[in-house]
Design a protein around this ligand. Structure first.
Ligand code: UTP
Length: 289
């Protein structure tokens, strides 16, 4: 079945980025000239998906507004003859159809995905985390959809990480059945330091069959007292199958200060307008190191 919807959970509190995120959703923090959530939506659209289900919470209205029409702003830009900016602003709201569902309490990523069931129903869907950016030639979601079309089973995107950092991720163990595709035999959310037996870490991209909702309903709170998507995926793996896909590209956790800075530098260097001068600036800086 064709994947038509992307679930984008944005209901987290963003505590790693306080105080910046006290009044502004972390997904609205700007990387060069766009909020991180816009990069996510552009990736989803470039992958052929036009419906986005935002899982929101109190204080996240700015995200919904960003993808809505802004009558006052558009009228102002038209009156001033600023047609390039007008086109840019209109394109944002034309990109997609957004539906929002509320996660009333931050009970974890698994819980956030669970509340999307009322909108998604009995169809496969992708989950894209609102603060996880991927820089790649082919959109990461598109790469995953191609694998999903072949296997017809749920897929998580993974990247290799140094073993000493494995405790910060959901880790998968499995057998490589074709280059970059693994049949998952075990999943562990944030294994205790030094215990991970695999360096394949889950990143914020999933392509899931609807059976995952049943698994989520049966999932008890895990690490951190939260309902973990990884735990539900372990049930899904036992009841059906689950694959890991090592995507082509570079992933940044833009919800983390260092990851955010790395994303900013990477996307700034690729930016049409500022890329050249920014590179010259960095070269000048590097001379002093
Ligand atoms: P994170 O752990 O990165 O987000 O969750 P967070 O909780 O906002 O961040 P910190 O750790 O406090 O800084 C990964 C994704 O899951 C969403 C977040 O919005 C983020 O996109 N999430 C997490 C929810 O939607 N609901 C939750 O209850 C938890």
């Amino acid at each position: 079945m064709k994947v038509k919807k992307a679930v984008v959970p944005v209901a987290g509190l963003g505590t790693r980025f306080l105080p910046a995120t006290k009044a502004i959703p972390k997904e609205m923090l700007t990387v060069v000239d766009r909020p991180t959530i816009q990069y996510i939506v552009e990736e989803v659209v470039a992958s052929g998906i036009k419906e986005v289900v935002l899982v929101t919470s109190a204080g996240k209205a700015a995200i919904e507004n960003h993808f809505d029409y802004s009558f006052e702003l558009e009228t102002y830009l038209a009156q001033k003859g600023k047609f390039d900016l007008l086109r840019e602003v209109r394109n944002i709201s034309r990109l997609i159809n957004v539906v929002s569902v509320r996660q009333k309490e931050p009970l974890g990523l698994g819980h956030a995905v669970m509340v999307s069931e009322t909108v998604v129903g009995n169809e496969p869907f992708v989950v894209v985390l609102g603060d996880d950016l991927v820089d790649s030639d082919v959109p990461c979601v598109y790469q995953m959809l191609k694998v999903f079309e072949r296997l017809d089973e749920s897929i998580v995107a993974v990247q290799k990480v140094p073993l000493k950092e494995a405790h910060r991720y959901g880790i998968v163990e499995g057998e490589e059945i074709e280059p970059g595709v693994y049949r998952i035999e075990r999943l562990i959310e944030k294994p205790a330091p030094g215990t991970a037996r695999s360096d394949l870490a889950i990143i914020g991209r999933y392509c899931l069959r609807p059976e995952v909702y049943g698994c989520l309903r049966r999932t008890l709170p895990g690490i951190g007292g939260e309902i973990q998507l990884t735990d539900a995926l372990d049930t899904l793996r036992k009841e059906r199958a689950l694959y890991a896909y090592e995507f082509n590209g570079r992933r940044f956790d833009a919800g983390d200060k260092l990851g955010y800075l790395q994303a900013t530098v990477t996307f700034a260097l690729e930016h049409q307008e500022v890329g050249g001068p920014f590179k010259a600036f960095l070269k000048g800086l590097a001379k002093n190191f």
